[in-house]
Design a protein around this ligand. Structure first.
Ligand SMILES: NC(=O)c1ccc[n+]([C@@H]2O[C@H](COP(=O)([O-])OP(=O)(O)OC[C@H]3O[C@@H](n4cnc5c(N)ncnc54)[C@H](OP(=O)(O)O)[C@@H]3O)[C@@H](O)[C@H]2O)c1
Length: 288
């Protein structure tokens, strides 16, 4: 297949690493962003950057010119509509491959949760477009852990009795890149789980022991309290994180990663290794 891939959401926490990995593996990257300055600051001159809004089909269509594939890394309420528009544009532009990040517990029986519903509808639009696709359904990323540390406190919402196979974004990015290098992966939905299962509480405890050793205790914040704090403080991020955790507490980590491991190469980065790498990076950064 051709070599240029449009990445929508490349400035996002999980899109950036995919963009860099695809580029290292020989693909040229075109970044689609609403904020050209943010993208330029992140990527310098290494990638072509185009400005646009995902709801404007004309800007998506022209961004797809000359691309063989499009990787979608969107979040929030725009996700369903955005993916529907991208899928229609991809048909028109004869795009050879769509890759998209969904989620491990996205399923018909969990569609009562609005984020799941949006992702499910987005997946439907991709499948119905007839453009060959790979849909990635990863579990919790290790990179999410810092979001549960605020100042001198670390907390999870609710009781979180389920285990999750935390995944490093580096492993995921490699798997997305492999998907662009094989044809036997097309039209599949891949569950991606990291090498080892942890209770959220235990993963966060490990995180704190390496990155923030002054934090000795992981608190469990009840949902009723997080609701009140989020509402009074107008804290959208907290509201979202708490609702997401309540969802996961109820449905757990779904999906079987066997096929993804076989075709894309299983994730190998353990939480301990990821934490050590992160610590080295943070130390280097603070040493200037
Ligand atoms: N964190 C996890 O553990 C986890 C696990 C499984 C799945 N996921 C899924 O992974 C996905 C990506 O997560 P993330 O953390 O990388 O998201 P993120 O950091 O919020 O990034 C979202 C990206 O979407 C782009 N975007 C948003 N609205 C746009 C619009 N109207 N037009 C064009 N671009 C728009 C943004 O680009 P610009 O600002 O540059 O325009 C940004 O780069 C989410 O759907 C999430 O559900 C996450």
């Amino acid at each position: 297949m051709g070599k240029k891939i449009l990445i929508i959401g490349a400035t996002g926490m999980l899109g950036e690493s995919v963009a860099r990995r695809l580029n290292e593996d020989g693909f040229s990257i075109r970044v689609f962003t609403r904020d050209i300055h943010k993208a330029r600051k992140l990527f310098g001159e290494s990638f072509e950057i185009v400005m646009g809004e995902v709801t404007e089909s004309k800007s998506i269509e022209s961004a797809l010119d000359g691309c063989c594939g499009v990787h979608i890394n969107l979040s929030g309420e725009i996700e369903q509509v955005g993916v529907e528009i991208i899928a229609s544009a991809a048909i028109k532009k004869n795009i050879k491959r769509i890759t998209y990040i969904s989620g491990t517990s996205v399923a018909e029986d969990t569609a009562w949760f609005p984020q799941t519903k949006r992702k499910l509808m987005a997946e439907k639009a991709i499948k119905e477009s007839g453009v060959p696709y790979c849909i990635f359904c990863p579990t919790w990323f290790m990179e999410s852990l810092p979001k549960y540390v605020k100042g001198s406190k670390a907390f999870v919402f609710g009781k979180q009795p389920n285990q999750y196979h935390f995944l490093a974004v580096e492993d995921y990015s490699r798997m997305v890149s492999v998907s662009y290098q094989r044809d036997d992966v097309l039209n599949k939905r891949f569950f991606i789980h990291g090498p080892r299962g942890f209770l959220f509480h235990d993963a966060l405890k490990k995180y704190c022991s390496v990155i923030s050793p002054e934090i000795m205790k992981i608190s469990n914040m009840p949902y009723w309290l997080s609701k009140i704090i989020a509402k009074l403080g107008n804290k959208e991020e907290m509201k979202f994180a708490s609702e997401l955790m309540a969802f996961f507490e109820q449905v757990g980590e779904k999906g079987d990663p066997t096929e993804a491991n076989l075709l894309l190469g299983a994730p190998i980065i353990e939480l301990d290794e990821w934490l050590n790498q992160r610590k080295v990076k943070l130390d280097k950064f603070s040493a200037g």
